[in-house]
Write a protein that binds this ligand. Sequence first.
Ligand code: 13P
Length: 273
Amino acid sequence: MAPRKSAPKIKPSKRPNPPNPPKAPKPPKPLVAGNWKMNGTRKQLGELRKLATALARKKAKAEVMICPPATLLGPMAAVKAKGVLLGGQDCHANVSGAHTGDVSAEMLKDAGAKAVIVGHSERRADHGETDKQVKAKVEAAHRAGLVAIMCIGESLKQRKAGETLKLVQSQLRGSLPNGCTAKNTVIAYEPVWAIGSGLTPTVEQIEAVHTALRTALMRRFGDEGAKMRILYGGSVKPSNAAELMAVPNVNGALVGGASLTAKDFGGIIDAYR
Ligand code: 13P
């Protein structure tokens, strides 16, 4: 009998490991930031102490920040309020120089800031700041190692004319430099007509804008754009915070008037407890 031919050995095919499924980026930790605008003297430092005490008692699942006037940054930093980050409200694009009355991002950092608001609609209106100038300020913040909280938003006229999405997308494009990351940049959508007016867009309107911004950020910055925080701002109060903060792609709030007292600001932070 002819010897049986052994069956040819079949080499296990070298199948490449299945590709790792793309990891869904971790949802960003929300940020609740208070913009004190041109309000507050050292008398109000007590509000910061009260806020820190409340946060120590009841931890928040969000980062908490106060952006006081530049004159209060040093005194607030000296309070060493645990759990409350500090930020500036604006910065010059340059490091230093002959710019009377201006403050650089480096100076804010030196005074204790971790972030700086840029392009707030009040700066765009009062000081005629353009997207190009705002972009230079974002770059300045990054240069100094600060997080840039870049604000955009439409006027009532633009909202009524149906121009909201086009406008905020164009502001986003024009006011952000290349290379922004989720660590160094936060977007704040603040409809101008909602600021200080007690009016807020509907949750559907907010979702539509935030979703469009998320899409634009992901297209431009990839995963970083997916993780970048997009805050909502404009008449956020303790009574509406939970509803507004639950809107998809809303990753926190930028709060004006209601951030001036620990009681109201704490009530907003409660949305994340
Ligand atoms: P209000 O919360 O007072 O409406 O202000 C919003 C704002 O402009 C925060 O930057």
